[in-house]
Every structure is written in C-alpha cells, then in structure tokens.
Design a protein around this ligand. Structure first.
Ligand SMILES: Nc1nc2c(ncn2[C@@H]2O[C@H](COP(=O)(O)OP(=O)(O)OP(=O)(O)O)[C@@H](O)[C@H]2O)c(=O)[nH]1
Ligand SMILES: [Zn+2]
Length: 239
C-alpha cells in the first residue's frame, strides 16, 4: 500500500553508577525485536534485571535523591516490575492474536465496530503516559474475528513506546493484513502527558488520529456511518 493510497488524518483539538551492557551476545539476553506486520525489528540486547535496577538507582540520584534511604530501597524493583507491565506489548505478536477467525456463513456484511477501547501507552520521546481511547471497525469479507482480539491488538501496540500516528497505523494495518476485510477504520484520541504535565503544559488538549483503509477510505457513506457510530471523538474524552 502506497502513502497516497492511505488516508490518514491528524488533528489537535482544545478541549553514578554507570550501566554497561553486556559485551557478549547470548541466547538469554537477546530478545526478538517488536513485531510490526510481517517484519520484526532487529533484535535488542536486553539488560539483566540487576542492570535495569541499577539504572533506576542512577535516575533517582539524577532526580536529586538518595536511593539508599529507606523509602526508596524497594523502588528499583517496583519500577522494573512496572516496566514489565507498561511494555508487555514487545512480547506480543498482534498478527497471531488475530489469527483465529471464524467463517461468517449467514451473510453478515455490515461493519463491526468496537468503540471506546481505553488504552495506556508511553510516548517514545519522553517515556511518559499517553492515555486515550481507540475506536476500531472493519467490514468483514466472510471471516470475522473474536471481538476481544481487536482490543488485544490495541493493547499489544499500546504497551510499547509509541507515537500516536504509528500506533494508529499499526492497528489498522494488522487487521487489514490478517483479516483481509473490505475495509478497516481506526480512530485514536488521546492526551499526551508530555504536553500536559511538562513542556508546554496544555491540559485538556486531545490528539486525534485516524487511519481509513478500503471501503472506509473510498466510500464516503461507509466512513460517515463509522464516524457517526463513534460520535464526536474528542467530546468523549475525560479531562
Ligand atoms: N506527532 C507526534 N508528536 C508527539 C507525540 N508524542 C509526543 N510528541 C511530540 O514530540 C515532540 C518532541 O519534540 P522535541 O523538541 O524533540 O522535544 P522537547 O524539547 O521535549 O519538546 P517539548 O515537548 O516541546 O518540550 C514534542 O513536540 C511532543 O509534543 C505523538 O504521538 N505524535
Ligand atoms: Zn512525549
């Protein structure tokens, strides 16, 4: 699919303990890179848990605090466990999540919409939360997928370091590639804490991104039906 063939819209609306990575590569510390479509990113060399905890202690000192004071002793362990949760998506293969489909033999040919899928992600520039909702629709071509799998695909991409445009495209492209439906639509609306709690400090700003493929891109009526089903995206955001 070429760039011209993809309709994508983005709008913003109001409303010293150095950690040295291991020099040798072993089967234990090399993990496959994130899976994007059919291709995987290059493998990354994963540090040990002790190295990750040492990095947290370094950041605590960078913040100006003493990692050895009582209240902070358990913090490196907690942060590393939090990271396992925040970034669990690197261990998921979204294509595999969608692989189990069911043949729809009774002629259901209307769009399937899963709206308001709340997600928590982290921006790849500042590593602070992006919190929002995704609305996902597809127009089946004989095969349908278990509806929870659409939410799982959102999760698999959200639980990685992201920019919103990329996440929106990845969700749509995965569904398109595996289900080969007549069309896919994804709208993502989110607040970026790198804009609200730091930097420009603009609370209440929502970023809305969309990716329309197939019938949702080519047919105004289908696209309008989807957009009216999800309502006015930014108006449904929490402050
Ligand atoms: N397009 C896009 N930009 C994002 C996203 N998340 C964060 N950003 C922006 O990424 C940009 C990074 O800009 P830089 O100038 O490199 O970083 P910075 O000095 O921290 O910039 P400020 O955030 O303006 O303080 C900022 O403008 C962020 O608002 C996203 O999902 N999509
Ligand atoms: Zn950011």
């Amino acid at each position: 699919m070429t760039g011209a063939a993809e309709a994508r819209e983005t709008r913003i609306s109001e409303g010293s303990q150095a950690v040295t990575p291991p020099k040798t590569t072993t089967a234990e510390n090399v993990v496959p890179g994130p899976v994007h479509g059919r291709r995987s990113a290059p493998p990354v060399q994963k540090p040990t848990r002790a190295e990750a905890e040492a990095a947290v202690r370094t950041l605590l000192r960078w913040a100006g605090d003493d990692p050895n004071r009582e209240g902070l002793l358990g913090t490196p362990d907690r942060v590393v466990r939090s990271y396992e949760e925040f970034f669990a998506g690197y261990g998921e293969d979204p294509m595999e999540l969608l692989a189990r489909t069911f043949e729809e033999t009774d002629g259901y040919d209307e769009m399937v919409v899963l709206k308001g899928i709340r997600f928590e992600s982290h921006c790849e520039h500042h590593m602070v939360p992006i919190i929002g909702k995704a609305h996902v629709a597809y127009l089946p071509r004989k095969r349908v997928v278990g509806i929870s799998k659409l939410a799982r695909v959102v999760e698999a991409y959200a639980k990685r370091l992201q920019i919103q445009e990329k996440m929106t495209a990845q969700i749509a492209n995965s569904i398109d590639e595996v289900l080969q439906p007549l069309g896919v639509a994804v709208v993502v609306e989110a607040t970026h804490q790198c804009m609200t709690t730091r930097g420009v400090h603009k609370p209440g700003v929502t970023m809305v991104t969309s990716r329309m493929l197939g019938a949702f891109r080519d047919d105004d009526k289908t696209r309008r039906e989807f957009l009216s089903m999800i309502g006015n995206p930014s108006s449904s955001m929490e402050a």
